[in-house]
Design a protein around this ligand. Structure first.
Ligand code: CU
Length: 269
């Protein structure tokens, strides 16, 4: 083999390697991070890579295991963000963007949610049933190269415009769905399961009466809050039953958006 053949061989190998690398980058999918929710703390790595990130959330709190992820807006320090979050009076809202989370779920349940992280300072926050701050953890996202890609999706659950969900016709209680907030305000896509015979009217009465007493439904996960214009993905597999996807975010007069129409019922056979 002369040097010309060797060079051609090398060029072919390089082309092959480049193709493989391109495929890899294309099919890399999201980074994966494990999180455990405890009663008064949240276990999460202190530093993460940027890009699409799947959080596998292990709910070990006696409460709702309902996490909210926020990113400090550019120029906001970690201290300012922490002070705003711990005040828990809405004063910190201007410091952060709400980038995702999971719907409430019972102890022992797990959630799989995906959204995009970019360089910056983040917090993950847990509230108890009374809306008090139960735990907050902070992490940074580095400026490493983003090698990830978005997860494969079975369809899109659109939130908004206004108090409205658009759910795909084949939405049947399992798969990976993109949750896309096309509105200019915050929404969420929480799942609730209605026990046999329970109705959404009863859930509505419970909410209008100030959320007194045990809720007439079971929390069943779903996608947590997202600021307007953002998206995330939820991978889920629900047991058979009657469900609704609803938005609990308070609207006019403090009543949740779903009482203004932001709910959709579905059945898992
Ligand atoms: Cu909403």
């Amino acid at each position: 083999m002369d040097w010309m053949q060797k060079l051609q061989g090398l060029a072919a190998l390089t082309a092959l390697a480049t193709t493989f690398l391109a495929c890899d980058a294309d099919e890399s999918g999201p980074n994966v991070v494990d999180i455990t929710v405890h009663d008064d703390s949240i276990s999460i790595p202190a530093s993460l890579e940027p890009g699409y990130t799947t959080f596998l959330i292990d709910g070990q709190s006696e409460g709702d295991n309902h996490l909210l992820f926020v990113r400090a807006n550019d120029g906001v320090s970690r201290d300012s963000m922490e002070t705003g979050i711990r005040a828990n009076d809405g004063s910190g809202d201007e410091f952060v963007t709400i980038v995702g989370g999971n719907g409430g779920m019972a102890k022992g349940e797990e959630a799989e949610v995906t959204f995009e992280l970019r360089q910056g300072i983040y917090a993950v926050v847990l509230f108890d049933e009374e809306g008090e701050l139960a735990a907050d953890s902070y992490f940074t996202v580095s400026d490493a190269d983003d090698q990830t890609s978005a997860p494969d999706s079975d369809g899109v659950v659109q939130m908004g415009p206004g108090f409205e969900f658009s759910v795909p016709a084949d939405f049947s209680g399992s798969g990976t769905f993109e949750f896309k907030n096309v509105d200019d305000q915050i929404h969420e896509g929480a799942f609730i399961r209605l026990p046999d015979g329970a109705t959404m009217d009863e859930v509505g009465d419970w909410a209008r009466n100030g959320f007194q007493g045990p809720p007439p439904f079971e929390p069943a996960g779903g996608f947590g809050a997202l600021d307007g214009g953002r998206e995330g993905w939820l991978t889920f597999d629900l047991p058979p039953g009657d469900y609704a996807i609803i938005c609990w975010i308070p609207g006019p007069e403090g009543l949740p958006h779903w009482l203004g129409g932001m709910s959709a019922s579905f059945t898992v056979d």
